[in-house]
Design a protein around this ligand. Structure first.
Ligand code: G1P
Length: 292
């Protein structure tokens, strides 16, 4: 399936400080939900939207090489594992990308999400593209990014996934100033990064899925610092409002905030209870735990 969007950017240069010490040597995107690392869920989501090229923006450290070896497993290790059983072979193949599909670029300094996306400009080129933050684990059918691409095909411009958050949480998100609502789609009139609850234009917040026009790179190239002294993707998107159509989409499905410990555990429970092989055991364990 060839979709309107061919390329996806995955910013994976974060230090994973909230999951230390687990992330001392392990990129947080390789933390598993059951038996699949977060990055695999995000890649599968992109592939389900017909996206072919996956661009990973990594940091300079060893995290980058670990991600690379996860995504491009050396052929001998692949053969050794896949040769053990058909089931293992299938599990290995599920995480495999076709040759050339994974591309890497380095973000030399951690200057913010906007800067990370800007680092991918040469690999993206002059075409609209997707951005997926693997911390936000989306359990959606059609895939969350496929839902955004469908809106993009109608509206063009920029499309972001949005969700209502508790008012006290607005300072953790990009928050939109909503305009006209049409079903699950809402016009974006303004965007603010991490506003205090009393300053937030609404509680409708951006979650980590975006379809963006290439013009975003011109805005990012100004290197303007925003919230937290970082180059914010939200600020660059805000500049495009009025120049290009901009919409939020309340995606159908569930989101787990795997950037937080509680959200990460909720994802484990949610996915375990959907897995027929382990569901009953897990339920029994949970009942036991609740009695202790
Ligand atoms: C980033 C974005 C923010 C967005 C959030 C979604 O923030 O800057 O606008 O709402 O992702 O997860 P971060 O979580 O990197 O602080």
């Amino acid at each position: 399936m060839a979709g309107a969007i061919r390329k996806a950017v995955f910013p994976v240069a974060g230090l994973g400080t909230r999951f230390l010490p687990a992330t001392r040597a392990l990129p947080k995107e390789l933390l598993p939900i059951i038996d699949r690392p977060l990055i695999d869920y995000a890649i599968a989501e992109a592939r389900a939207a017909g996206i072919e090229t996956m661009i990973f923006v990594t940091g300079l450290d060893s995290n980058a090489s670990q991600l690379r070896s996860h995504l491009n497993l050396p052929a001998d290790r692949m053969a050794a594992l896949a040769g053990k059983s058909a089931e293992l072979g299938r599990a290995m193949a599920a995480a495999d990308l076709p040759p050339g599909a994974a591309q890497f670029v380095t973000q030399e300094e951690p200057l913010g999400l906007g800067h990370a996306v800007w680092c991918a400009r040469e690999l993206v080129g002059d075409e609209p593209f997707a951005v997926l933050l693997p911390d936000d684990l989306m359990d959606c059918d059609p895939s969350a990014i496929a839902q955004l691409v469908a809106v993009f095909e109608e509206t063009g411009g920029g499309v972001v996934a949005v969700e209502d958050v508790p008012k006290e949480d607005t300072q953790r998100y990009g928050v939109i100033d909503p305009g006209a609502v049409e079903g699950r789609r809402v016009e974006v009139r303004g965007l603010v990064e991490k506003p205090r609850p009393e300053d937030a234009p609404s509680t409708l917040s951006v979650i980590g899925r975006y379809v963006l026009p290439p013009e975003i790179f011109d805005e990012l190239a100004r290197f303007e610092r925003g919230a937290g002294g970082e180059i914010q993707l939200t600020d660059a998107m805000a500049k495009l409002i009025g120049v290009t159509p901009f919409h939020g989409l309340r995606t159908v499905g569930r989101r787990f905030d795997c950037g937080s410990k509680a959200g990460f555990i909720a994802a484990q429970i949610g996915f375990a209870l959907k897995d027929t092989e382990i569901r009953d055991d897990v339920l029994r364990q949970m009942e036991t735990e609740l009695r202790v």
